[in-house]
Design a protein around this ligand. Structure first.
Ligand SMILES: Cc1cc2nc3c(=O)[nH]c(=O)nc-3n(C[C@H](O)[C@H](O)[C@H](O)COP(=O)(O)OP(=O)(O)OC[C@H]3O[C@@H](n4cnc5c(N)ncnc54)[C@H](O)[C@@H]3O)c2cc1C
Length: 470
């Protein structure tokens, strides 16, 4: 196919309503959520059916046109943003947003890739079931994007990452062939589990068009405590106590520093100082169960009482109402937005063997101070999963280009320390464009080679999301 023939053929195959070509209409699809990346594209394709995705990809492969799958664009690594090539096609799943079925006997839901996660959670709730995947971006991100990034969120400590909630996938390969893996079976040991390769592949192997998801019993009874801690070591001891005493009821175990509270109080509306004193660190714990509110509250009070007696926390506030529970959560949920409002910063979504977090944080603090004592760390995250958002904001008085000028050197310090402590340079956000160099520098060569070979099997022409991940 001649390059000039491609666009007319795409429009002819899918219709002008599905293929957006006017530059002013394409513009909103070319930048990422954080405004770090901006690319180019000749068209945005917005299919409504799997057959249209198939037709679009087959044509793109024939013409060697790069394809960038796009979900809700809440990803934090520039993975859904096209690169600088004007030949790119952005393939948006936003119109494929039907819930195909909810089965309350098998406890499964089949949803198209463009469904907004929050809508799926509400649909499950309406059937007295729980879709446990939950993150601050849930009213914007799409389930296809969640699968493509293997998203984590606040309930991983209990339910695992997205991968653990997926029973089946329907996807379109770059050849246009449809991968009919939408089985909702709990047990299926028939050879390699190919859907697992698509989960976390960041749009580099194919386009996910639908997923069969596990549903769980709805946990309507919730109890939250905000505990103040002296140090990450104390948070670790508290985690161990809670895990032992509350078992599967432990639904979230989040950590943030006192500096994060300052940041939220400075930038977010309707947030209150949690205690009379500012403490070095805070742990937000949620317990949840299907029934018996008073028993759950009593359990939490009892365990926190033990923690206070044994010196595993300094202070504690247990939620006595839904409003209080939401207010405590707001302190944690507003941190990302508050940091965005504070100005350019460096995000590091890392994970560590949980027992090594205290030593990592001590050693990292020294490294950061050696680089520039003015750098302001805002550290928070899903502590119970060993996941820290080790975010660094520019020193007071530094220009807005601080992150651009010093980002590479500062991030290299964090990455090296994470590797030294046996952690991962991307706990849940993925690699995208942002972490590609660090990923290629630090990943085991054998694993990289196997990934490249898998990529060639799925995408021999290399059209899927070039410049991301590999
Ligand atoms: C405020 C905020 C809080 C967040 N909190 C968390 C958190 O707690 N945990 C967490 O894990 N993440 C978090 N994120 C990051 C983000 O929400 C997740 O990575 C989410 O899974 C991305 O989904 P999306 O639909 O926005 O995908 P996009 O950003 O559109 O795309 C992400 C990647 O998936 C690919 N992709 C998208 N759809 C498809 C598809 N159908 N088929 C194939 N590839 C596809 C894209 O090409 C890209 O590589 C947060 C983001 C924000 C803004």
């Amino acid at each position: 196919m001649q390059p000039d023939d491609f666009l007319p053929r795409l429009v002819e195959a899918l219709g002008p309503d599905t293929v957006v070509t006017r530059p002013e209409d394409i513009a909103p699809w070319l930048a990422d959520w954080r405004g770090l990346y901006r690319g180019q594209a000749q068209a945005v394709v917005r299919p409504r059916r799997v057959e249209e995705v198939s037709r679009a990809l087959a044509l793109c492969q024939q013409a060697a046109v790069p394809v960038v799958p796009r979900g809700g664009n809440t990803g934090l690594c520039g993975a859904a943003t096209p690169d600088g090539s004007p030949r790119n096609v952005v393939l948006s799943l936003d119109r494929m947003n039907a819930i195909r079925s909810i089965d309350t006997i098998a406890n499964t839901m089949v949803a198209e890739a463009g469904c907004i996660l929050g809508n799926l959670r509400r649909a499950a709730e309406a059937e007295h079931r729980l879709l446990p995947l939950s993150l601050a971006a849930e009213d914007s991100c799409q389930i296809g994007g969640n699968l493509a990034t293997n998203a984590g969120g606040v309930n991983v400590v209990r339910y695992g990452m997205t991968r653990e909630l997926v029973l089946g996938i329907e996807a379109v390969l770059p050849t246009g062939e449809v991968f009919h893996g939408l089985r909702a079976l709990r047990k299926d040991n028939t050879g390699y589990d190919l859907k697992q390769l698509l989960i976390g592949s960041e749009g580099t192997l194919g386009v996910i068009t639908a997923a069969a998801l596990r549903l769980l019993p709805r946990t309507d009874v919730r109890s939250v405590v905000l505990a103040a801690v002296e140090s990450p070591a104390q948070a670790l001891s508290l985690f161990s106590l809670l895990y032992a005493r509350c078992g599967a009821r432990l639904q979230a175990f989040e950590f943030f520093t006192g500096d994060c509270v300052d940041l939220v109080l400075a930038h977010a509306e309707g947030v209150q100082e949690p205690f009379a004193t500012r403490y070095p660190g805070y742990v937000l714990v949620e317990l949840a169960d299907t029934t018996d509110e008073s028993a759950l509250g009593a359990l939490l009070e009892q365990v926190i009482g033990t923690a206070l007696d044994d010196g595993l926390c300094l202070d504690a506030a247990v939620s006595a109402s839904l409003a209080q529970l939401q207010a405590l959560w707001k302190l944690r949920e507003e941190i990302s937005e508050a940091q965005r409002a504070d100005g350019p910063h460096l995000k590091h979504d890392v994970s560590l063997p949980i027992e090594r977090i205290p030593a990592f944080m001590d050693s990292m603090a020294q490294r950061v101070a050696r680089l520039d004592p003015g750098i302001r760390p805002f550290i928070f995250g899903h502590f119970g999963d060993g996941n820290l958002h080790y975010n660094l904001s520019r020193p007071a008085g530094a220009g807005p280009d601080w992150a651009t000028r010093h980002g590479k050197a500062v991030t290299a310090e964090v990455i090296d320390e994470v590797v030294r402590y046996g952690g991962s340079i991307s706990a849940e956000h993925g690699i995208g464009q942002l972490k590609r160099d660090d990923f290629l520098r630090t990943k085991d060569p054998l694993e990289l080679r196997l990934m490249s070979e898998i990529k060639r099997v799925f995408d021999p022409a290399g059209i899927m999301n070039p410049g991301k991940l590999l």
